[in-house]
Ligand binder design. Structure first.
Ligand SMILES: C[S@@+](CC[C@H](N)C(=O)[O-])C[C@H]1O[C@@H](n2cnc3c(N)ncnc32)[C@H](O)[C@@H]1O
Length: 203
């Protein structure tokens, strides 16, 4: 018997995933991934947090909160999360799903002005989920510089990518990048990268 369409045997689709896919279809260039990060990939990102107990985590391009959920599960208090998302429907969803987090509905490029004053000097990690690989070198320079300026000197920001190679040209941006982890249980397989400024040469 051919496999027909069985409405009652369809797998349950969770609201976040269907919203993600719908917004991908509406704005493929900005969303840049067909599916949200898997739980396994999201947990891998959260494993590399460097924050001290009281510090905030800024997540750029939080989408429908896959990585956000893993950050919470890793022990980041919801009120220490600052979520930035350019898609208005996704930002509204994040606001409903994480009511105690700070949700900034706008572009990562408009930080740091949009950040709450209470977080100033108290940001321990920045997780970059915006598809920086698709941006111009100048935009990459601006956003990576901004992320590193938010962090204590010498700390890495975290970046997720679905590319097999480095997501941004570290050397051209004056950055040292290292692949921290690759997770095959994601479609497509994902890697977590950390980037910091090149150490100035010691005299
Ligand atoms: C590849 S998705 C990642 C979503 C989520 N972090 C995840 O891992 O499932 C990229 C997200 O970045 C958002 N985005 C794209 N450009 C942005 C920008 N300039 N500022 C803030 N968010 C942006 C998109 O709307 C989308 O939600």
């Amino acid at each position: 018997m051919p496999h027909g369409h069985h409405p009652h045997s369809a797998p349950p689709v969770n609201g976040a995933t269907s919203l993600f896919v719908r917004r991908f279809l509406a704005r493929p260039g900005a969303v840049a991934a067909f599916l949200p990060s898997s739980p396994a990939f999201s947990r891998a990102i959260a494993r590399h947090l460097a924050r001290a107990a009281d510090e905030y985590v800024v997540e750029l391009g939080a989408g429908t909160g896959s990585v956000t959920r893993a950050l919470l599960a890793a022990g980041v208090p919801e009120e220490r999360l600052i979520l930035v998302e350019i898609d208005p429907e996704m930002a509204a969803y994040l606001h409903r799903a994480f009511p105690r987090a700070t949700v900034i509905a706008g572009s990562a490029f408009d930080l740091p002005d949009a950040l709450p004053a209470s977080a100033s000097g108290r940001i321990g990690d920045v997780v970059c989920g915006v598809p920086l690989a698709l941006f111009s070198l100048d935009q990459q320079r601006r956003l990576t510089g901004m992320m590193l300026d938010l962090l204590p000197a010498g700390r890495y920001f975290l970046m997720l990518t679905y590319r097999p190679a480095a997501p941004i040209p570290g050397p051209r941006l004056g950055l040292t990048g290292k692949r921290l982890e690759t997770v095959l249980l994601n479609l497509p397989p994902g890697s977590v990268w950390g980037y910091a400024r090149n150490r100035p040469p010691t005299a």
